[in-house]
Design a protein around this ligand. Structure first.
Ligand code: XIL
Length: 398
């Protein structure tokens, strides 16, 4: 009888494995960690994720929306990518296609080719859409810092939001209106990042962005999206406090805002851990009548060993612990992973592993096989009980 490890390998994997061993022998690489260029021999245990076992159906059973950030180039070129996206998502977000740099090649032009392709795919498969994003300090086209001034910046921002959010009016589930506006290290007492927008417009650029977005698309849930607020460290605690301060100010000034996005770029074997502090933050959002979306979930596996089976187990454990913590809060409504498959994760360029192997942070591996993180995610959905009453005020967790 085949050993269980062998039983999990497909014929193609075994052939690839033989080829890899032969290549390694020729190159004198026996015993080396598998590099990015070498064929993969490991496959996660098979998991049926079709139909009722899909992410979208499992999420819906617990009052959640779920899906991925989608790459438009991959939607255009890969059948497997389109198949998984269509089967698994009830909600999706474009990874880059709606950012300023994608839409604004020049000051005079709006190019909606990629954004429209994302919308056409989602509408064709009845997938709800998040827009990402209308105002960020990053991923700006080079002409913007060159041409924006204190006298034209507000008009540029307003024109952009009116045009982009207006184009998809009535069709978006939500918009990330402002992304990553807090940077405690910039030294301001309010914790706001001294971004191009803040420097040229002043701190009310955030308010302007939300008010303009509400006018342009009154039915989209307007979201403030932030990272670095997830773990139990002092740095994340400071950033959570600054974020809550911003949200309270927006509420006090009757700025239209409906939700908070917690990006959730988290780490396996993080020293700090995830749990009570983040739940407290989510409760504070609920007390302000704000929904919460987990918007960009992935698990950086740099602290885990090379062995892919052990890595997948460590990543899956991190998904379990994190999602069980956040999904215990009823105002969390959606979970999106930042990409479908490990083959295309942004972490390989942003946070490469020391052994040069690819990161394994997502719910599907590079060959679109569901990973143990997929099973961990759908299991964690059971933790969630949606809000029954209409947003009762809840005291923050102690
Ligand atoms: C990243 C994309 O994944 C990359 O492809 C791109 O080069 C840079 O942006 N926070 C965000 C996302 O809000 O838009 C970022 O996406 C990841 C961090």
């Amino acid at each position: 009888m085949a050993s269980s490890a062998t039983a999990r390998l497909s014929r193609r994997d075994i052939l690839l494995g033989a080829a890899a061993t032969a290549t390694a022998a020729v190159l004198g690489l026996q015993g080396c960690a598998p590099g990015r260029g070498l064929p993969r021999v490991y496959a996660p245990p098979p998991l049926d994720v079709s139909g009722d076992r899909s992410l979208r159906v499992q999420a819906a059973a617990h009052g959640l929306l779920a899906g991925f950030a989608l790459s438009v180039p991959s939607l255009k070129t890969s059948d497997a990518y389109r198949r998984v996206a269509a089967e698994q998502c009830s909600l999706a977000v474009p990874e880059n296609a709606m950012k300023w740099a994608a839409i604004r090649p020049t000051r005079a032009e709006f190019n909606f080719d990629e954004a429209d392709a994302f919308v056409a795919f989602c509408e064709g498969h009845r997938i709800k859409m998040r827009g990402h994003n209308l105002c960020w300090h990053d991923y700006l086209p080079p002409w913007l810092p060159a041409e924006a001034t204190a006298s034209n910046a507000r008009a540029l921002l307003v024109e952009h939001i009116r045009t982009v959010a207006g184009r998809y009016r009535g069709r978006m589930h939500s918009w990330d209106v402002v992304n990553e506006a807090i940077e405690v290290g910039d030294g301001r007492p309010d914790g706001l990042r001294t971004s191009l927008w803040l420097k040229l417009i002043g701190d009310d650029y955030i308010e302007t962005a939300f008010r303009t977005a509400r006018e342009a698309d009154p039915s989209a849930l307007l979201t403030y999206n932030e990272y670095g607020i997830e773990n139990e460290s002092y740095a994340d605690a400071q950033k959570r406090a600054a974020t809550l301060l911003l949200l309270r100010r927006l509420r006090q000034r009757n700025v239209p805002i409906d939700a908070v996005g917690i990006q959730s770029h988290i780490k396996a074997r993080s020293m700090q851990g995830y749990g009570p502090a983040l739940r407290g933050f989510i409760r504070s959002c609920r007390a302000m009548d704000l929904e919460v979306f987990i918007t960009e979930l992935d698990v950086d596996d740099r602290e885990l060993p090379t062995d892919p089976a052990r890595r997948d187990a460590g990543v899956a454990d991190t998904y379990s612990a994190y999602l069980q913590a956040v999904l215990a809060e009823p105002n969390v409504r959606a979970v999106l992973a930042w990409g479908i498959d490990d083959g295309q994760t942004w972490l390989n360029s942003h946070s490469p592993r020391a052994d040069h192997d690819s990161q394994r942070p997502l719910l599907f591996d590079a060959d679109f096989r569901a990973t143990p993180a997929f099973a961990a995610t759908t299991r964690a959905f059971a933790t969630h009980t949606p809000d029954q009453a209409a947003h009762p005020a809840v005291p923050p967790l102690r």
